[in-house]
Design a binder for this molecule. Structure first.
Ligand code: HEM
Length: 225
């Protein structure tokens, strides 16, 4: 039986997040004129993260944080192969996967926030760098370039390795549902709502996130974008 697990806004969020993180990494590594695109992808990430935060609170069933965030006991039980959930409720992020989802969202958020305050003391400056002391900006720059960057590589690597593990060892294709929204599961599994009204609401939230990002971009001084 086919059940809608990921609503359209969440799927679009996911692939746009992956695209923006990739653009941010590449443009950050290239530097120079490419930094303009580094800023723009960072602003897009603000809109996306605002959306995901709101969607975790008011989005469809399997996107909501309290539907998939689990404590250490539930995660340990899951790892030991002792999942107390009946089969029809084993859809959405599993208890271990939810940990990586939260870590990814948190680390990308910290990367964006630290970038807003970062500066390289030559050409580039985040739009909020001049609102904090030089020392605070230096600490956040250190985080952005030396801690956050490798942390993102590690978490994205782990994310992709987990998906490959599910595909090869557990013979479970997780990518298809992230594209089509549907999974094949047992009868009685609760679906996510994916109506046009909800999609419109998602668009309004993304627009609000985009407006916030645009406003932040206008706060910068010369040298930032
Ligand atoms: C080609 C690259 C990628 C593929 C194939 C991929 C695939 C997937 C799949 C299949 C899921 C659903 C996992 C599940 O069933 O629980 C997922 C979730 C997720 N992925 Fe990716 N992913 C990719 C890149 C990325 C990148 C670069 C990021 C961010 C840095 C990312 C962040 C996330 C997040 C946050 C979720 C949870 C979705 C949500 O509930 O918000 N992914 N990904």
């Amino acid at each position: 039986m086919k059940v809608r697990v990921w609503d359209l806004p969440l799927r679009l969020f996911h692939w746009l997040l992956a695209a923006c993180v990739t653009v941010s990494i590449l443009t950050g590594l290239i530097g120079g004129n490419a930094m303009q695109y580094h800023y723009w992808s960072g602003y897009c990430l603000i809109a996306l993260l605002v959306f995901r935060l709101a969607w975790g609170l008011i989005g469809s069933r399997h996107a909501r944080f309290w539907n998939f965030v689990r404590g250490p006991r539930a995660i340990l039980r899951y790892v030991r192969g002792d999942d107390p959930r009946p089969p029809h409720l084993r859809i959405g992020h599993n208890p271990l996967g939810s940990l990586s989802v939260i870590a990814l969202l948190l680390v990308v958020s910290l990367q964006v926030i630290s970038g807003l305050f970062a500066n390289d003391e030559i050409f580039n400056e985040g739009p909020l760098a001049s609102y904090v002391s030089g020392r605070t900006s230096a600490i956040l720059t250190f985080y952005h370039t030396t801690i956050g960057q490798p942390l993102i590589y590690a978490l994205v690597g782990l994310h992709l390795a987990a998906i490959a593990y599910y595909a090869v060892i557990k013979r479970e294709n997780l990518i298809r549902p992230m594209l089509t929204g549907d999974i094949d599961t047992v009868a009685g599994a609760p679906a996510s709502r994916d109506t046009w009204a909800l999609r419109l609401l998602a668009l309004v939230i993304v627009a609000a996130g985009g407006a916030l990002a645009w406003w932040i971009s206008t706060l910068g001084s010369v040298g930032s974008y």
